[in-house]
Design a protein around this ligand. Structure first.
Ligand code: GDP
Length: 364
């Protein structure tokens, strides 16, 4: 269900599918419903909900992801029809942030956002909690407590609020540390390249293109790196790390903005940013501006950047040319066909800092 046009709904669903893939899911099928208002009980109308149940049964799907925020009762209502787990867009995005958060601050910001998301939904979950509490009461516990369910929810709420307050204090205390880190930022021993851009721009396709032809003997230095970081090599044999960062999302709920920024931390530490842009998107320039604004917010605006204008196989040549003329450093590619990838490798090679040789150190 959407307030926009069918085309907008389909674009949004494509982004949702890319998000789900980022989170490690395999996307099997999708449906769109045109409706004036979401159904209060099951979100989709009952006919569509049954259609969805049949799709779930036919494909063997274990999860349904809905492209908006669901009320707790709608989620349960839909789960009752489709008989598998239902999650909404915000829940999915939070999951991805949790996978990407690495630093203490990043983890704290994501946990805070998760608790914020959970708090108003507690009534829905509280019902099952209260059923459990009721079960215990029947077994002889909880005597004298009026409405054990209610008490349990209140207690959960209080605990969550206390945890949130603690996280906020911790995050506030981490700010000075981040500042020091920034001032002391040093060149990485191995040059690091971060791939950033909107979800669905083609970041992971590009990561695969850039790494599969490359080397890759597992080497002790890289053995401990996490799975979103890979090793690549320039045409003349200089090794560098390539990391896929958490993708930008078109309509990011405001309560997730801080968590998003703090999970983009690899970008602020990179020696070079590959800013991937989907040239076939209706407004690639708007996306470029939005991404750059966030780079500024996280203090990454001075890091060298290459605009990787991707999906040239599907883009309007006029738009490609316009962006090429306006931007300083653009490489036009197709991660799908491989067009332009060699040129990109060459450009990366020219743009990463070269490891200093002993000679550099002794010559004044
Ligand atoms: P990410 O979300 O930024 O990591 O994007 P993905 O690499 O998952 O790609 C998103 C979608 O765009 C996938 O369906 C890809 O097959 C498609 N895609 C990626 N690169 C290209 C390209 O160069 N041309 C076309 N036509 N599609 C592409």
């Amino acid at each position: 269900w959407t307030e926009g046009t069918l085309e907008e709904a389909e674009n949004s669903l494509r982004e949702l599918a890319a998000l789900a893939e980022t989170a490690g899911s395999e996307v099997l099928d999708g449906i769109v419903q045109r409706r004036l208002k979401p159904d209060p009980a099951t979100y989709l109308g009952s006919g569509k909900a049954r259609e969805l149940r049949d799709i779930v049964a036919a494909t063997g799907a274990d999860t349904v992801i809905v492209d908006s925020e669901l009320a707790p009762s709608q989620r349960r209502g839909l789960e009752d029809v489709v008989k598998v787990k239902v999650i909404d867009r915000t829940g999915l995005i939070l999951d991805i942030f949790a996978q990407h958060a690495k630093s203490k601050e990043g983890k704290a910001q994501v946990e805070l956002a998760q608790l914020e998301y959970m708090l108003p939904r507690l009534r829905g979950w509280g019902e099952s909690l209260s059923r459990q509490a009721g079960g215990r009461a029947a077994a002889g516990e909880g005597i004298g407590s009026r409405g054990p369910g209610e008490t349990k929810i209140e207690l959960d709420r209080r605990r969550i609020r206390a945890r949130m307050a603690k996280l906020r204090r911790e995050i506030a205390a981490m700010k000075p540390a981040r500042e020091t880190k920034r001032l002391n930022r040093r060149r990485n021993a191995v040059p690091s390249v971060a791939i950033a851009g909107y979800t669905n721009a083609g970041k992971s396709s590009l990561l695969n293109r850039l790494t599969d032809a490359g080397v890759l003997v597992e080497n002790a230095l890289f053995a401990t790196l996490d799975p979103t970081v890979r090793r690549a090599q320039t045409p003349d044999g200089i090794g560098y790390t390539l990391s896929d960062t958490v993708g930008f999302v078109r309509s990011l709920p405001t309560q997730l903005v801080e968590a998003f920024r703090s999970t983009l931390e690899e970008v602020a530490d990179a020696d070079l940013i590959l800013h991937v842009v989907d040239a076939s998107h209706p407004d690639p320039e708007g996306q470029i501006r939005a991404v750059r604004q966030v780079f500024t917010d996280i203090d990454a605006q001075n890091i060298p950047e290459i605009i990787v204008l991707n999906k040239v196989d599907a883009a309007d040549p006029f738009v490609v040319e316009r962006i090429r003329q306006r931007e300083r450093s653009v490489v036009v590619v197709s991660a799908r066909t491989g067009e332009g990838i060699d040129r990109l490798r060459q450009r990366i090679s020219e743009s990463i800092p070269r490891p200093q040789t002993v000679l550099d150190l002794v010559v004044p």
